[in-house]
Design a protein around this ligand. Structure first.
Ligand code: CO
Length: 409
């Protein structure tokens, strides 16, 4: 992978400097190294505060459309305004089906029952006394990118693809709790139920539940936000957002899936022949360029850092390629460390724009060998009836005036 930091070797430093000068043009040429802007005397700054907040100059927010039922809506992460791989908890996307409950952790409990030898009611404090782990995982709504099934629809990357976020989650393995309850041999599924108004509930095979599912109470170093499931939520690494049940209050061990409304009338994928895919849990490998992206404007021909995110529900991202000619030729992008399984990975690519029309695309490959498909390939297999699981390649159109628009065809 190319190291783009300035190096100690004179020749390399000089190349870097010349490249930067060409990229930034007159802005750099006007700078005289011996002169710094005069420092004016200033009044004292703000005092210390009990809980931090961002600069008043930063404006990125979660996007949502005005709706008559805000408790049954979604908000989207401003992917074009985030750095690295962690999404700030305050900008993590939301999808609620019954509003955000206001839960006192002192009275909240998690009951595990059904096909177990010892049903147990856990308090939140009891769960926090068990061995904890922290892992970085993405969380993506299976309805993410649904607008793009028929070609360009949304104007920017947030509206088109902002139903994915990535956090460090802290909690206990669900397997620790299930072993304490002693699952009977005929226990092959679990049903996880939330404490929200609609009691959202999803079925998960016991093999996954015992493998890597978390009962999380922490997110990015602090308690879960209420809109992310405070005080307890299920984290199912790599699987569609809806099964990551928030405000979890009950887990029932079953010998078959419960067939809740959330896995029958919702979150199934209707195919062209009228049949439907059910229990499509894995989020397939996907990438998207986040800068430049729809709504941006390039300042003129020159060098730009193209950057974006890639992730796979089946493992780690192995490769991201970038194209500036609508997929006719591809170049490997640089993957920033760390590249973690079932987490967002950050990729970058230095692009010299010649000032002419261009179509920017990214295409990822995960460590199972799966390659992100063009939209036409996906539609050929799935048809156009389904809202869910659109992981097709995104195109951004760069016009000669520097404007960037959705270039999906
Ligand atoms: Co699905």
């Amino acid at each position: 992978m190319a190291d783009q930091t300035p190096s100690a070797t004179p020749s390399r430093s000089r190349r870097w400097f010349l490249g930067l000068g060409a990229a930034l043009g007159s802005a750099l040429a006007a700078c005289r190294p011996t002169q710094a802007p005069p420092l004016e005397p200033r009044a004292l700054g703000a005092p210390i505060s009990p809980y931090g907040s961002r600069s008043r100059f930063e404006k990125a927010t979660r996007f949502f459309r005005p709706t008559t039922i805000p408790e049954e809506a979604s908000s989207r992460t401003p992917l074009g305004d985030t750095y690295g791989i962690i999404t700030p908890s305050s900008l993590h996307f939301e999808r609620h089906h019954g509003g955000v409950p206001d839960i006192d952790p002192a009275t909240h409990t998690l009951t595990i029952h059904g096909l177990v030898e010892r049903p147990i009611v856990f308090t939140v404090d009891e769960i926090k006394r068990l061995p904890s782990i922290s892992r970085i995982f993405f969380l993506e709504c299976s309805g993410n990118s649904a607008s793009e099934w028929k070609g360009a629809a949304e104007v920017d990357v947030q509206r088109a693809h902002g139903l994915t976020s990535c956090s460090e989650w802290t909690g206990v393995w669900l397997s620790t709790l299930l072993r304490e309850c002693a699952v009977r041999p005929n226990g092959t599924w679990i049903l996880a139920e939330g404490a929200d108004a609609c009691k959202l509930a999803r079925s998960i095979p016991i093999a996954k539940a015992m493998h890597d599912v978390l009962i999380a109470y922490g997110q990015n170093g602090e308690a879960l936000r209420p809109e992310q499931g405070y005080p307890l939520r299920v984290i199912v690494p790599g699987w569609e957002g809806n099964v990551n049940v928030k405000w979890v209050r009950r887990i029932k061990v079953l010998d078959q899936p419960a067939m809740t409304r959330w896995e029958t009338s919702k979150y199934t994928d209707l195919l062209a022949d009228g049949s439907a895919r059910q229990f499509t849990f894995d989020m397939d490998a996907k990438s998207v360029i986040t800068r430049p992206s729809g709504g941006d404007r390039l300042a003129g021909a020159g060098i730009y850092e193209v950057t974006g995110l890639a992730w796979s529900g089946r493992g780690a991202i192995a490769r991201v390629e970038v194209s500036a000619d609508a997929g006719r030729t591809w170049t490997d992008a640089t993957l920033q460390e760390p590249v973690l399984p079932r987490a967002h990975a950050r990729f970058t690519w230095s692009w010299r724009w010649d000032g002419r029309d261009a179509i920017l695309q990214s295409r990822c490959t995960d460590d199972t060998g799966y390659v992100q498909p063009p939209r036409t390939d996906l539609v050929a297999v799935r048809g156009l009836n389904s809202n869910y699981h659109n992981n097709a390649i995104q195109s951004w159109k760069i016009a000669a005036d520097g404007s960037v628009t959705n270039g999906n065809v």
